[in-house]
Design a binder for this molecule. Structure first.
Ligand SMILES: O=C(O)/C=C/C(=O)CC(=O)CC(=O)O
Ligand SMILES: [Ca+2]
Ligand SMILES: [Mg+2]
Length: 425
């Protein structure tokens, strides 16, 4: 299938096979609105609704739903609505004879160049949870925080471990964040001190948005979980390792992580990711029945998404690679994370965000944090052949995450998730 409305380069993240959703505004129209990215453009979903593109889709009041400054309501409608909307967009973009195309006075009446948009958070994020689902990451961090013999806790292979994060400090790519200050204890023989974090780190993650939720007290099944994830973004769970290491016992991460979490603005739908399913890593011991693959759904519940983290060091204008990883390494799958989250009757709501946890892989280049790459600050990370090194993030460094699935002649990509670290207040 080929887009005939605008040119899409083969290396563009936003092919006709992708069609991710976001919320944007422009200098001329400051009210945020729902868009879909295609090539170098954002389609105005409300304008397309007003031209009748989504007429006849059961359960969708398109002009109202796409006229909102957030995606929560659309996320809550579920696959029976998401799929026909995707099909309508693909017909409109590929078929030059499409009736809605005939009435157009040029592309500009339904789209704006991405260079002219300002992106916003895609949803009103009511709740945010972060998992710890990469075996390689959990093992590496466990060795550093608790020693080799206690690295992977006994529960880890039986359930997707997670913690409740903070929704208020989630920001969209491009937002600058300030280095946090807090309590840390650099010398284990001395009392703690207060000051700016000196071990500021990134975590390479993906975030997934909940679609239709569940009522309080009514758990989801794994079949339902498969159908209720709307889509995925890139995510950086910025982490102050010195604050985290001192505060986390016994209740887990708190101020070392809730000073900022950055996500990419375009939500890539599960329907776009469908062709890139791959088997998840073998799970041994076999999980309890509620976490097992459902008979009706594809057994392969991993996704082959190539992920990269790069740094633009303070004072330089080029980026250097830090991490090269892939979502397919993840031990606990997205649907297992969702079914586990709701199995006690916890109600999940449309637009809630869950992080996968840091996505590390089996080789050193796939380590998804500086904590792992510098092995807790014991060695320097070389930045290309620049002669520069890092152990942790310095003031005015930019950390940028990118990712895509590679199809045959096209990409399903995520754009970028970037942020600059300002000096502490
Ligand atoms: O105490 C630990 O083992 C470490 C916990 C985390 O760093 C939590 C976290 O953000 C998990 C992750 O990103 O995988
Ligand atoms: Ca994390
Ligand atoms: Mg965070």
């Amino acid at each position: 299938m080929k887009c005939t409305l605008v040119d899409v380069a083969p290396e563009s993240d936003f092919s006709i096979q992708n069609l991710p959703y976001g919320v944007y505004s422009t200098a001329g129209a400051a009210e945020p609105r729902v868009g879909v990215a295609i090539g170098d453009y954002a389609l105005d979903m409300c304008a397309l609704a007003q031209r009748g593109l989504f007429d006849g889709i059961d359960g969708l009041d398109a002009a109202r739903v796409f006229g909102q400054p957030r995606l929560n309501e659309f996320m809550g409608l579920g696959r029976p609505v998401w799929r026909p909307v995707r099909e309508a967009l693909q017909c409109f973009l590929s078929d030059a004879e499409h009736p809605v195309r005939k009435g157009l006075d040029g592309v500009d009446s339904v789209a704006v160049p991405l260079s002219a948009v300002r992106m916003h958070l895609p949803a009103n994020i009511g709740d945010y949870t972060d998992f710890y689902a990469s075996r390689e990451h959990a093992t590496n961090v466990g060795v550093m925080f608790r020693g080799k013999d206690n690295a992977l806790m006994p529960n880890w292979t039986h359930l997707p471990v997670g913690y409740h994060g903070r929704a208020s400090s989630i920001v969209v790519s491009g937002t600058e964040l300030r280095r946090p200050s807090g309590q840390r204890r650099p010398d284990p023989e001395q009392p703690p001190v207060f000051g700016p974090s000196v071990r500021l780190d990134y975590e390479l993650e993906m975030g997934w948005f909940v679609g239709p939720g569940n009522e309080l007290g009514t758990p989801l099944t794994i079949e339902q979980a498969e159908e209720r994830i709307f889509g995925v973004v890139l995510m950086n769970d910025w982490s102050a390792r010195d604050i985290q290491a001192w505060e986390y016992v016994p209740l887990g991460p708190f101020l070392g992580k809730n000073f900022g979490t950055t996500i990419s603005p375009w939500v890539v739908t599960m329907d776009a990711l469908e062709p890139f399913r791959v088997p998840q890593p073998a799970q041994d011991p076999e999980p309890l029945p509620y976490l097992r693959s459902p008979p009706g759904a594809p057994a392969a519940a991993g996704y082959d998404i190539q992920l990269g983290v790069d740094i633009r060091p303070s004072g330089r204008d080029e980026f250097f690679p830090l991490t090269r990883s892939n979502l397919k390494y993840m031990y606990w799958t997205l649907r297992q994370q969702l079914v586990h989250h709701a199995i006690n009757g916890c109600n999940m709501r449309p637009g809630d965000l869950c992080g996968t946890g840091t996505i590390s892989g089996p080789t050193e280049e796939a380590f998804g944090s500086m904590l792992e790459l510098s092995w807790s600050g014991k060695k320097d990370i070389a930045l290309g052949s620049s002669g520069l090194t890092r152990k942790f993030i310095q003031d005015n460094d930019v950390i940028r995450i990118t990712g895509h699935c590679q199809g045959d002649g096209f990409r399903v990509g995520f754009g970028e998730c970037a942020g600059l670290i300002l000096p502490a207040q």
